[in-house]
Design a protein around this ligand. Structure first.
Ligand code: KIV
Length: 283
């Protein structure tokens, strides 16, 4: 059964944790889907982990559509959510609805995600009214990196914490079906989870959220450099890949690869004829 906004809501009610990972391509999404992941997020983090930008800001609608199509094709049971990139929803409400519609129509994803609280509630409301489920995103919102002054924990002081609670209530009222809480103190995220009827999905927000999300390159040690404190490295796939690439380079240079078992045969008689016809030396 495909996961839906309703099945996620049910999970919250039954106290079952929601599992979510980012995905950006067909093969990886297929693997994750076959493992039973509930939600795959085609995050605009693809700007950094797939395209090599320093931030998510340069990501375009075309980038999102290209990757979201591939992920949606792979999923049998996971619900696929696509991020709305920077400036695809901030400029105006009609533009936000039109761009959310493109992600649904052109990619086949089931929902969109956008960053922000009360400020983007008109957009959330209009997109939800167009029958497009919207996941909200609060706390550290990477598209606001310049305004926030860096990748920092959000909601630590009283005023910030109160604003986060208000924003969480506002996005729920506006019609969001779930909300990502990124880099928020665990106690505050647990309080927001208790206050909301919709599920919360945490990243760096402690175990009190209704679900968890990680960027898969971080959990598999595939992205160069230090990863944030909240990342647990489940496997060092980067090292496994590096060893395989090195072995391939060495074996190709030495002639050990390809072996006979990796090739295809042609009848000796045909080859002899071809050689004669081409004027090559006889075997
Ligand atoms: O873009 C992304 O990958 C995200 C997750 C970190 C939640 O928004």
């Amino acid at each position: 059964m495909k996961n839906t906004t309703l099945s996620l809501q049910e999970k919250k009610q039954k106290n079952e944790k929601i599992t979510m990972l980012t995905a950006y391509d067909y093969s990886t999404a297929k693997l994750m889907d076959s493992c039973g992941i509930d939600v795959l997020l085609v995050g605009d983090s693809l700007g950094m982990v797939m395209l090599g930008h320093d931030t998510t800001l340069p990501v375009t609608m075309d980038d999102m559509i290209h990757h979201a199509k591939a992920v949606a094709r792979a999923c049998e049971t996971a619900m696929v959510v696509a991020d709305m990139p920077f400036m695809s929803y901030q400029v105006s409400v009609p533009e936000a609805v039109a761009n959310a519609g493109r992600l649904i129509k052109e990619c086949g994803v089931a929902a969109v995600k956008l960053e922000g609280g009360a400020d983007v509630c008109p957009q959330i409301e209009a997109i939800a009214k167009a029958s497009i489920p919207v996941m909200a995103h609060l706390g550290l919102t990477p598209q606001s990196i310049n305004a926030l002054g860096g990748f920092k924990v959000q909601g630590k002081d009283r005023a910030q914490a109160r604003r986060l609670i208000e924003d969480a209530r506002a996005v729920e009222r506006a019609g969001a079906f779930a909300v990502v809480l990124e880099c928020v103190p665990a106690g505050l995220a647990a309080l927001i989870t208790e206050l909301l009827r919709i599920p919360t999905v945490g990243i760096g927000a402690g175990k009190g959220c209704d679900g968890q999300v990680l960027v898969y390159q971080d959990m598999l040690s595939l992205y160069p450099g230090n990863s944030p404190k909240f990342v647990k490295r489940y496997a060092d796939v980067g090292s496994v890949m590096r060893s395989a690439f090195q072995a391939y380079i060495e074996e190709t240079r030495s002639g050990a690869f390809p072996g006979e078992e990796h090739g295809f045969k042609i009848d000796d008689g045909i080859l002899r004829e071809l050689r004669q016809g081409c004027g090559a030396e006889s075997l």
